[in-house]
Design a protein around this ligand. Structure first.
Ligand SMILES: Cc1cc2nc3c(=O)[nH]c(=O)nc-3n(C[C@H](O)[C@H](O)[C@H](O)COP(=O)(O)OP(=O)(O)OC[C@H]3O[C@@H](n4cnc5c(N)ncnc54)[C@H](O)[C@@H]3O)c2cc1C
Length: 510
């Protein structure tokens, strides 16, 4: 008789092995019981929309999603949220934001504000806006400025309301011009028309009046003091008990290939690596997709390409300038100026970063042609242009006394991972365009990004929500439902055909 003796250590080992076995067994049971199988998900693009999608999936209590974000850039995620600290000597944060800066505090349930609260990320509300009319030597602040902007807003609202009432879309530009001819001006006509005509949506010949919502112009008054990327870092590293996201940098995706036999998506990158997954969320910018810098094999349905081409792409840039010390009013949040009729607007609006984060910096914004050509302007020339504009705002003599120590600009138009600043609704874009761009191409490809929803185009919170939408489509089994629906319709059709066949007399019966 052989007697086997177990030491305490052996007993412990057996116990642990038994537990592991049980755990494996229970996982198997729960997996097969689950309506969803575990899924490997690749998110292409680590901007705010892609990161939001990844966060939503990783946080799902079922833990059924194994998510990796593939981001093209070597040094950072975030896309058009870029706190470019490394380009500055003594940065704090927000004064180096070359993409998104403002959070709309009026937007109901703004998810970005919610993250700043949860992550205890410091935000600050800007001081008032100051309107300069250089050609008339006038400056409006407080109530005077508010009165002018209220009239501008009410004119835009009437212009849009009139178009909506007809049900026929026209360019916002035309709607605004019509409004100018019929409006009884309370304030200075020249100033009000100049603000209206130089608004970035009105300068475009084809911006849709039907899809323009003037109410959304209000509430952009809050910044993240240490830079907008704090919000993205919170999403990636996780708040509270959230697990960190897996983000793989330097992954320039060139092709998304569906292998129907294997029921897998094969993602191919520029350096010829291949990654396999059950499904992908494509969260790259509209410019990248329109320029076919990322290809689909097989190609997507024709209506998807048509919708992509129908969207407008706008150009918007920032120029950040720093001085040895501040020489402009520190209590003002934003300086904006009118552009005389017949002249092209250049940098009309400047954010006062001294007021916001205590740094002697101004951030200028510019759009359209001016934004495109600015990217290529030699630095010295751009510096002189900026000094001229600031001279108009604060007086040439004053500006000439101070030394510009920093000039940094964005280049979103030529940036190969953006190829444009964002999407906008063009005249005639029917609502159906977003019904085409927001749903998945089942069962493998889902979409996120600011261009995939009308709200996304309003700003980073809309882009974030588009990522949540894509994740929810996966979680809620949208493609599985669609497949079942299609299967049912097919079966019903087959049944009907069979009934017809049964009823019709057979050849040999005739
Ligand atoms: C100048 C400017 C100022 C703005 N100001 C504001 C503001 O004040 N407030 C606000 O709310 N919004 C603002 N916005 C808008 C906001 O920044 C965007 O709506 C938002 O960041 C878009 O997020 P996204 O995820 O859709 O795209 P992106 O942020 O562009 O993310 C897409 C990601 O995909 C990556 N990518 C591209 N190609 C590939 C590829 N082939 N393979 C893998 N990855 C790839 C990119 O590198 C990028 O990281 C501003 C935008 C600009 C340009």
């Amino acid at each position: 008789m052989t007697v086997t003796y177990f030491s305490v250590l052996d007993m412990e080992r057996i116990f642990v092995q038994l537990c592991l076995l049980l755990l494996m067994f229970s996982t198997e049971v729960s997996k097969s019981d689950s309506p969803h199988q575990p899924k490997e998900v690749l998110v292409i693009g680590g901007g705010i929309s892609g990161l939001a999608a990844a966060r939503k999936l990783v946080n799902h209590p079922s833990q059924l999603y194994d998510v990796t974000v593939l981001e093209a850039r070597k040094e950072r995620y975030g896309g058009r949220v870029w706190t470019s600290r490394k380009l500055f000597k003594k940065p704090i944060g927000a004064e180096t934001d070359l993409g998104a800066t403002w959070i709309n505090s009026k937007e109901k349930d703004n998810p970005i504000l919610a993250i700043t609260r949860k992550g205890e990320i410091e935000t600050k509300t800007s001081g008032p806006i100051q309107l300069h009319v250089p050609e008339a030597g006038k400056i409006f602040t407080g109530d005077e400025a508010n009165k002018i902007f209220t009239e501008v807003f009410s004119m835009m609202q009437s212009a849009v309301d009139r178009v909506k009432a007809t049900g026929i879309d026209v360019p916002l530009q035309k709607a605004v011009e019509d409004e100018i001819t019929r409006h009884t001006f309370q304030g200075d006509r020249a100033i009000i028309t100049s603000i209206l005509r130089n608004h970035q949506a009105v300068t475009k010949a084809d911006y849709s009046a039907m899809f323009f919502d003037p109410v959304k112009l209000f509430g952009w008054n809050t910044v993240v003091v240490d830079g907008f990327d704090q919000v993205l870092d919170a999403i990636v590293s996780g708040l509270g008990t959230e697990k960190p996201l897996s983000v793989s940098l330097n992954q320039v995706v060139r092709q998304i290939h569906i292998n129907s036999d294997k029921k897998k998506v094969i993602v191919r990158t520029k350096d010829l690596t291949q990654v396999e997954a059950d499904l992908v969320i494509v969260a790259v910018p509209v410019g990248v997709l329109r320029n076919e810098a990322l290809l689909f094999d097989p190609v997507l349905p024709g209506e998807w390409y048509k919708a992509m081409k129908e969207l407008g792409v706008y150009q918007s840039q920032k120029v950040i300038v720093g001085f040895s010390e501040v020489f402009w009013p520190t209590d003002i949040g934003v300086f904006t100026m009118t552009t005389p009729e017949g002249q092209e607007p250049f940098i009309q609006t400047w954010f006062n970063m001294q007021n916001l984060v205590g740094m002697p910096f101004l951030i200028g914004t510019l759009y359209d042609e001016a934004a495109v050509s600015m990217e290529q302007t030699p630095v010295e020339e751009l510096k002189q242009q900026v000094i001229k504009v600031l001279g108009k705002l604060f007086g040439e003599d004053l500006v000439s006394q101070y030394n510009m120590t920093t000039l940094v600009r964005s280049q979103w138009t030529s940036d190969p991972f953006t190829l444009g600043s964002g999407a906008y609704p063009r005249t005639g874009n029917v609502a159906g365009i977003w019904d085409t761009l927001s749903p998945p191409v089942c069962p493998y490809i889902y979409f996120a990004g600011e261009h995939t929803s009308l709200d996304g185009m309003i700003g980073a919170h809309g882009a974030y929500n588009s990522g949540i939408r894509a994740a929810e489509q996966i979680i809620n089994g949208r493609c599985e439902r669609e497949l079942k629906r299609k299967q049912k319709t097919k079966e019903e059709k087959e049944k009907k055909n069979k009934k017809k066949e049964d009823k019709s007399p057979k050849k040999d019966e005739l």
